[in-house]
Design a protein around this ligand. Structure first.
Ligand code: BTN
Length: 259
């Protein structure tokens, strides 16, 4: 177990810290997945914004059908449910905003500088310490977006298969409640500011991919190149070894940064 002092996640202190009083905050001891719970509540007619947090997830989900390791008490597992007036227009902008909001919040609350690995993974010292899973759906009438964020905070003990890639913030500063509140606050501010994409400058500054040699697989073929540019709409331009240009648009690609 860890030596970090953090109380259980406290709904009252999160609500108090949020300047937007309209956010409905719900904290659970255990859920299958905060994204799944947010979706259930949306389909049940919940008001938004709704922030769902769990001390532990039994079926935490990651991108590309992966699972997200979510043990009790050592991480922050949160999902923000929003109504998307006018459909799913800018989900890419919103997920990039979520990465920037997470980096800002970890800096403010834990005093730790992290980096963004395209598309939406947050890294510290070559280890992934946080992931983002944004999902959009509709009940036929309303359009919803749920932005799930998982942050490993206080344990660097991981199952065998994660040991080489996963890490944790391991800062004695801050708490999960504070981090949840600040991520939520930063995220709502960035989303309210859309379509302004000034935050993409911060995204690029925090990128651990730009100017690095990268490799990715598409349609069974492995590509090698240098990550050259990330546009305001989140696309990553890679200059391949033969100098041809490849533009990666979605996060459904597993990209590796060569050390
Ligand atoms: C990834 O790394 O591929 C994304 C991981 C996202 C994990 C968070 S934890 C809170 C929310 N609930 C989930 O089931 N997943 C997200």
């Amino acid at each position: 177990m860890h030596n970090f002092k953090d109380n259980s996640i406290d709904c009252g202190s999160i609500s108090k810290r949020l300047s937007s009083a309209s956010v409905d905050v719900r904290v659970f001891s255990e859920l299958d997945s905060t994204n799944t719970e947010a979706k259930r509540r949306a389909l049940d007619g919940a008001d938004t914004p709704l922030l769902i947090i769990a001390e532990k997830q039994s079926a935490g989900r990651g991108r590309m059908g992966r699972s997200f390791y979510s043990p009790r008490g050592t991480g922050l597992y949160m999902s923000l449910l929003l109504d998307m007036a006018g459909g799913f227009a800018d989900t890419v902008g919103i997920t990039s905003a979520a990465a920037v909001a997470t980096v800002r919040a970890i800096r403010k609350v834990c005093n730790v500088e992290t980096g963004i690995k395209w598309v939406n993974d947050i890294y510290l010292k070559n280890k992934k310490i946080a992931g983002i899973l944004a999902e959009s759906f509709s009940d036929g009438d309303r359009f919803f977006l749920v932005i799930g964020i998982g942050v490993n905070m206080y344990t660097d003990e991981f199952p065998e298969e994660l040991r080489d890639i996963a890490g944790a913030i391991m800062s004695k500063k801050g708490s999960r409640s504070e981090l949840a509140a600040v991520i939520c606050e930063e995220l709502i501010a960035l989303i309210r500011g859309l379509p302004n994409k000034d935050f993409m400058r911060e995204y690029r500054e925090s990128s651990i991919v730009l100017d690095k040699k990268v490799t990715f697989t598409q349609n069974g073929k492995v590509f090698f190149g240098t990550a050259e540019r990330i546009s305001d709409d989140g696309a990553l331009t890679v200059v391949l070894e033969d100098q041809s240009i490849y533009v990666l648009k979605s996060g459904e690609i597993s990209l590796r940064v060569q050390q």
